[in-house]
Design a protein around this ligand. Structure first.
Ligand SMILES: *Cc1c(COP(=O)(O)O)cnc(C)c1O
Length: 387
């Protein structure tokens, strides 16, 4: 298969818009010069609406996990009690980071594929009044389920002083979030999901309440010390050499998002979710996540009549369609289709049609064309107001 024919529909990395690719090959500049200062000062305020905050959004040159780790090391010290919601591989990663940094973890294990109940978090907060922070994933990419992070943040703040720290790596840029309104304290993300860039940038949005905790926190830290990122940002700088090519790309991403309109970007993701799920129903393909919890950025399917891995293999070999498998105990049980970032309804129609051919090859029974028709209906339904 010609490499450039591949259709990348994994839930990260995601395809890069051509104009972003072009922006990233600009000649290098010095990172202490005026041009870089202008670039950083241009980017900083434009990231804020995407994170739903009027506060700082710090940009680190590292993958998304570094932002998760930065959130942990900057807000906690050894022995602190924390609550971690685990409903998939990324909640589990948050728990592992907390363990590594010697925190006392109250873990809320939720069945993978489900969303946590706000009441379950409330229960833990009431049972452990010394909890310093609650860690929760917004979109659990390993299952495609969204946790109600805004409601959780509101509840936690009613009941306690704990910070609410949210992993938005696969949701930011694809879903609305009201960080300030909900009282989320730290909201972290990465570049290679809905932000349409290669991996290599991490984002940390910080509330005012969180800054006072971060500034007073005695835990030693160096590269991930958010205080130095903040100090540099205020001077139009970064503490260390930034991934400049990715920042050139980010500036173009912001142009694209603003050009389309942030609300329209979110709406496009919602439409892609509806189309994908309608197609699965039309094709008798069991959806792994309920309608209420389904993410607009990734859809998981749990096939009963064929092997998930056979589907992935055939779709890739014949059409270059790249999807993701399950992680941990879901390996071989589900496959995941990413529809975020540089993805649009036209791409959904394409992969649904491919899905139908592969399903026929695998002997899955359905009325040919029923997935495509359902996706088309869902599109028309979702865009009715536009007529
Ligand atoms: C992809 C992802 C991460 C990890 O990001 P890396 O860039 O691989 O370090 C963390 N959390 C979620 C929810 C993700 O989807």
């Amino acid at each position: 298969m010609n490499r450039e024919w591949e259709l990348l529909h994994t839930p990260g990395p995601t395809p890069i818009p051509p104009s972003v690719e072009r922006a990233m090959i600009q000649p290098m500049i010095g990172h202490r010069g005026q041009k870089c200062k202008e670039l950083l000062e241009n980017i900083a305020p434009r990231l804020k609406p995407i994170f739903g905050t009027s506060g700082d959004v710090l940009v680190l040159s590292s993958s998304g996990t570094s932002a998760l780790e930065a959130a942990v090391v900057n807000t906690t010290s050894p022995g602190d009690e924390v609550v971690v919601v685990v409903a998939g591989a990324f909640g589990d990663r948050f728990a592992k980071i907390c363990e590594t940094y010697e925190l006392k973890i109250h873990r809320i294990d939720v069945e993978w594929g489900s969303a946590v109940e706000v009441a379950a978090v409330e229960e833990q907060i009431q049972a452990h009044p010394n909890v310093k922070a609650v860690f929760v994933t917004h979109c659990e990419t390993s299952t495609g389920a969204m946790h109600p992070v805004e409601q959780i943040a509101q509840k936690v703040h009613q009941d306690s002083e704990a910070l609410v720290i949210v992993d938005g790596v696969s949701s930011i840029g694809g879903t609305p979030i009201d960080m300030d309104g909900a009282g989320i304290d730290l909201l972290v993300s990465g570049s290679q999901k809905a932000m349409m860039l290669p991996a290599g940038l991490a984002f940390v949005a910080v509330s005012d309440q969180a800054w006072s905790i971060i500034n007073d926190n005695p835990r030693p830290r160096f590269y991930l010390d958010l205080r130095s990122f903040k100090k540099s940002l205020d001077a139009g700088q970064t503490p260390f050499t930034p991934a400049l090519s990715l920042l050139f790309g980010l500036q173009e991403v912001l142009d694209l998002i603003e050009g389309e309109g942030l609300e329209q970007v979110h709406e496009r993701h919602r439409v892609m979710r509806e189309m994908t799920r309608a197609a699965c129903r039309g094709l008798n393909l069991p959806l792994f996540v309920s309608d209420e919890a389904a993410s607009p950025t990734v859809t998981s399917i749990r096939p009963q009549t064929f092997e998930a891995e056979s589907f992935r293999k055939v779709a890739n070999q014949e059409f270059g369609l790249m999807t993701a498998g399950g992680q941990k105990h879901l390996k071989g049980e589900i496959f995941r289709i990413g529809h975020m970032g540089y993805s649009r309804p036209a791409n959904v129609l394409q992969y649904v049609s491919i899905l139908e051919i592969v399903l026929r090859r695998l002997g899955h029974e359905f009325e040919p064309g029923s997935g495509t028709a359902a996706a088309q209906d869902a599109y028309l339904q979702a865009t009715k107001e536009l007529d």
